[in-house]
Design a protein around this ligand. Structure first.
Ligand SMILES: *[C@@H]1O[C@H](CO)[C@@H](O)[C@H](O)[C@H]1NC(C)=O
Ligand SMILES: *[C@@H]1O[C@H](CO)[C@@H](O)[C@H](O)[C@H]1NC(C)=O
Length: 205
């Protein structure tokens, strides 16, 4: 397809109008779980490629991180021009400033490997079309809102629901092995043995 300047300009306008430009105060992300080795753990940003980080559990040892590391500081960017759905929480993106000179504003995307049943959330520089929109509920729990119910045939749309499909799992990504926060695709548990169901809470600093 040949893209005209008008098409490109329109696409650019669409992209810029969805900018998440309103930054929240600093917070930590703290896990709660029935698994006592995971309960109370904070999330850190673990190096997993050039300017790419995964959300690893600060105190959980793994091949690529044998020792505990400091909890990361996160923010939640909402948009000054995206309307909040009347039946849902305010959508936004999870952001992090990668320590560099100058610091690199980064945001969360889901990385999908088609052969498994979970997505790996990763922090990448900037924000773009692949940045994952998320939300916090009234209890400060991180969730993903969906408005399509896939459990009916045909699927039914129109009822916004918050999903909390977070797990802590041993992961492998591009040679790096950590215990990371992951997102289960669908209702089941991630197929990797030993994953613990978790809730992810925002605690302002
Ligand atoms: C979040 O919003 C702030 C304020 O507009 C901006 O400086 C920062 O770059 C944004 N973060 C990302 C990852 O876009
Ligand atoms: C929306 O979904 C929730 C959760 O599945 C359900 O409890 C509620 O009854 C639904 N509401 C409507 C209007 O379908």
């Amino acid at each position: 397809m040949k893209l005209t300047t008008a098409t490109i300009t329109l696409a650019f306008v669409a992209l810029t109008s969805a900018q998440y430009d309103v930054e929240s105060k600093d917070f930590r992300l703290v896990l709660s779980s029935k698994d006592s080795t995971v309960n109370g753990q904070t999330l850190s940003a673990c190096h997993t490629g050039a300017a790419i980080e995964s959300l690893c559990l600060s105190g959980k040892p793994s091949t690529s991180k044998p020792d505990p590391i400091a909890a990361a500081t996160f923010r939640f960017n909402t948009s000054s021009n995206v309307e909040t759905p009347s039946d849902g929480d305010v959508p936004g993106i999870l952001t992090y400033k990668l320590n560099a000179t100058p610091p690199i504003p980064s945001s969360l995307e889901f990385f999908y490997d088609p052969i498994t049943n979970y997505a790996l959330p990763l922090l990448f520089p900037g924000q773009g079309a692949d940045t994952q929109t998320l939300a916090f509920d009234s209890k400060n729990l991180l969730n993903k809102q969906g408005y399509v119910n896939y459990k009916t045939s045909p699927p039914t749309a129109g009822n916004t629901t918050a999903y909390y499909r977070w797990y802590a799992c041993q992961t492998y990504f591009s040679g790096y092995q950590y215990v990371n926060l992951v997102w289960a695709l669908g209702e089941g548990k991630p197929e990797t043995p030993g994953c613990a169901k978790v809730d992810v809470k925002r605690v302002f600093i």
